[in-house]
Design a protein around this ligand. Structure first.
Ligand code: SAM
Length: 271
């Protein structure tokens, strides 16, 4: 088999393509990492795999060889032309040309993707609206660290709290920037994302209000950003109905369960 880096460069040259960093076009050229992704995906004949951002098909082609069906969504028309040519012998790939953030996903049971980093957050929340077995996903390392951060740490955020309830996340491997063409400015990780639950609107809005003031006490954060939760209640009166031990804590030290408790109390008193 041809070396993945040489093959990728040749394909891009043949089609006269300059990669667009704004679309996160950093293509995987490390075959050992590609093999790892495929083996973590534990592919079966009856799998329907969703791939966001297939690029020139580095993962798509081996996915199509091993799984029942692949649905690949690529935004860049120039790249999709290459992919169409490379996929002409594969009848089990549905190529959708468009923005993965704007398209309703057809049925899939696993997702395998080297994600465009700019859409990491919205695409993760969009994916978690669907029911699927698990995802094997490549993210920017810093983003992945925020996804799994614990209370009291610098990376702890609204993202960490929401994902605590929505998914099990396991980091499987670290990928250096040299594994991509062109190399991005940051390292990456491969992780397994397994959906486990949904969150409700008031919990989401409570997180948003609290994390606008991560270093403040929860009481002050809630009062200052109460508009995120409700427009027609008096913040000062409402917060006094919440457990004062929680209100005294700094936002970044609250556990996800404590934030859920605050949002449940808010739900009770607002509605
Ligand atoms: C990091 S590259 C991965 C390419 C390939 N899967 C690989 O591993 O080498 C991300 C790809 O996502 C595409 N992309 C960027 N934004 C997108 C979006 N909103 N919807 C679908 N594809 C997108 C880019 O054009 C690019 O081909």
């Amino acid at each position: 088999m041809k070396n993945l880096a040489t093959e990728t460069k040749k394909i891009l040259k043949d089609y006269n393509i300059r990669l667009n960093k704004r679309l996160g076009q950093h293509y995987l050229i490390d075959d050992s990492k590609r093999q790892k992704i495929l083996s973590y995906a534990d592919l079966k004949d009856d799998d329907t795999i969703l791939e966001i951002g297939p690029g020139i098909g580095t993962l798509t082609i081996p996915l199509a060889s091993r799984a029942g069906k692949v649905i690949a969504i690529e935004k860049d028309k120039r790249i999709a032309t290459i992919l169409k040519d490379r996929l002409k012998d594969y009848e089990n790939v549905e190529l959708i040309i468009g923005d993965a953030l704007k398209i309703d996903f057809p049925y899939f049971n696993k997702i395998v993707s080297n994600l465009p980093y700019k859409i990491s957050s919205p695409i993760t929340f969009k994916l978690l609206e669907y029911d699927f077995d698990f995802g094997i996903l490549m993210y920017q390392r810093e983003f992945a660290e925020r996804m799994i951060a614990k209370p009291g740490t610098k990376d702890y955020s609204r993202l960490s709290v929401a994902l605590y309830f929505m998914a099990d996340i396991e980091i499987l491997d670290y990928v250096p920037r040299s594994a991509f063409l062109p190399p991005p400015k940051v390292d990456s990780v491969i992780l397994k994302l397994t959906p486990k639950g949904k969150i409700n609107g008031i919990f989401e809005r409570t997180c948003r209000a609290l994390f606008q003031h991560k270093r403040k006490k929860a009481r002050n954060a809630l009062i200052e950003s109460f508009h995120e939760i409700s427009a027609d209640a008096d913040p000062r009166k409402i917060v006094e109905l919440i457990d004062p031990r929680l209100l005294e804590k700094r936002v970044f030290t609250l556990t996800a369960e404590e934030i859920l408790k605050i949002s449940n109390e808010l739900k009770r008193v607002i509605s």
